[in-house]
Design a protein around this ligand. Structure first.
Ligand code: APR
Ligand code: PHB
Length: 389
């Protein structure tokens, strides 16, 4: 079997790249380790920058997003009970759109199926060969049989634990990492959200976030120690903890209900450099991870896809490799700015177990500064709506 681009991973990165390539007439095949249902069962974040929304429209999957996505003109930060709105629209003239990553993935899967583009779900033991030369190949097991596929390029869209980054010789890659000493316990519930906009709250008991998926479905998070077990958290305990961490007026508006999903995610910042090795390109979580505090993970995946798609289009349509040669540097430059923003939001809003009274005063001073300075708020706002490509 032969194709132009093999994409490893059918998360948002792989599916979006595949869709853009297919519309451009560039042949591609996706190899995904899990089933489509499994991929769709993962609950992830859901705040899209305008650039991400634009790219989804360009990929031809914007119809349901335009119908059901919730445009947000702002969000709130809360610190020790005080609320500070960040007026995204007023400060930057831009908005964000709340639309779950699961919905994005579903729309992309449906479009791919409608186009009849090849995807091997439940492809086991994917291995990459010869990607440092002109003729890369991949082998994988599908329905019990070992298969091989030759291609021009490999897009590693297989997430943080994937095989693509792991296939690069260790001397050829440098990694940068911060693992935070806590995780987020998330709960999904079919109740209207506590507030019209997102509320990121810092309290003496730790961080909490009030988010949403729709007018009738809410997503809440509380910071928990890394060794916490989700079984230890009944829905009632979760809502009690959430309420004591958010300002009173928000707590009063939280409507509890039976959880549809409850899970704990660790928080990590991670960047691999470079994002290209010969004919292998790393995209999305395969190349970098940010803590969810800045809502940047999916948006960074989209900006990588945009750079790589443009580069591949140039390669095939204009016989120019300038975009491919620039891919890693362009993507990494944008990634680091989002890594910095997510790290600073995480530091501002979370309770660190080792924090001293000095650290706590610094956090309070940072919040006070935000509350008094248009310049400081504008900086948060322009990062939140998304820096230019
Ligand atoms: N072979 C084939 N597929 C694999 C392999 C492998 N060895 N390893 C992982 N995969 C698949 C996973 O099953 C998953 O479906 O690659 C896909 C990677 O998808 P994601 O983890 O969603 O990564 P990405 O598409 O880059 O999306 C980034 O996801 O984690 C969030 O915050 C992040 O929103 C961001 C987005
Ligand atoms: C979510 O709704 O899941 C969500 C929103 C914003 C974040 C993180 C997660 O920063």
């Amino acid at each position: 079997m032969r194709t132009q681009v093999v994409i490893v991973g059918a998360g948002p990165s792989g599916l979006l790249l595949g869709q853009l390539l297919s519309r451009q007439g560039i042949d591609n095949v996706i190899l995904e380790r899990k089933s489509a249902d499994y991929v769709l069962s993962r609950i992830r974040a859901g705040v899209l920058e305008q650039g991400t929304v634009d790219l989804l429209h360009e990929a031809g999957v914007g119809a349901r997003l335009a119908e059901e996505g919730l445009p947000h003109d702002g969000f709130s930060l809360a610190f020790e009970g005080r609320l500070q709105r960040v007026d995204l629209k007023g400060l930057t003239s831009k908005q964000v759109t709340v639309y779950g990553q699961t919905e994005v993935t579903q729309d992309l899967m449906e479009a791919r199926q409608a186009a009849g583009t090849t995807t091997f779900y439940e492809a086991e033991n994917v291995q990459l060969h010869d990607f440092d030369g002109a003729s890369p190949r991949l082998s994988f097991t599908f329905e019990g049989k070992r298969r091989e596929i030759a291609c021009d390029f490999i897009a590693g869209c297989d997430g943080f634990h994937g095989i693509c980054r792991a296939s690069v010789p260790s001397g050829a890659i440098e990694t940068f990492e911060r693992v935070y000493p806590f995780g987020w316990l998330g709960l999904l519930v079919d109740q209207p959200p506590a507030a019209h906009e997102l509320v990121y709250a810092s309290s003496p008991f730790g961080f909490a976030l009030c988010s949403m998926r729709s007018q009738t479905r809410s997503r809440y998070y509380v910071q928990v120690p890394l060794d916490e077990k989700v079984e230890a958290w009944s829905d009632a305990r979760f809502f009690d903890e959430l309420r004591r961490r958010v300002p009173e007026e928000v707590a009063a508006a939280v409507i509890p209900g039976p959880s549809l999903e409850k899970s704990i995610a660790p928080l990590r910042s991670f960047v691999a450099e470079p994002l290209r090795f010969g004919r292998l390109f790393l995209v999305g979580d395969a190349g970098h991870i940010v803590p969810p505090t800045g809502a940047k993970g999916l948006n960074l995946a989209a900006s990588d896809v945009r750079y790589l798609f443009e580069a591949l289009r140039e390669h095939y349509a204009e016989r120019s490799d300038a975009g491919l040669d620039a891919y890693s540097a362009r993507a990494v430059a944008r990634v680091w700015k989002a890594v910095r923003f997510s790290w600073s939001m995480t530091n501002l809003l979370h309770l660190f177990p080792e924090a001293s009274p000095f650290d706590q005063r610094i956090r309070r001073a940072e919040f006070d500064y935000l509350a008094q300075s248009q310049a400081a708020l504008t900086s948060v706002a322009e990062n939140y709506v998304g820096l230019p490509y």
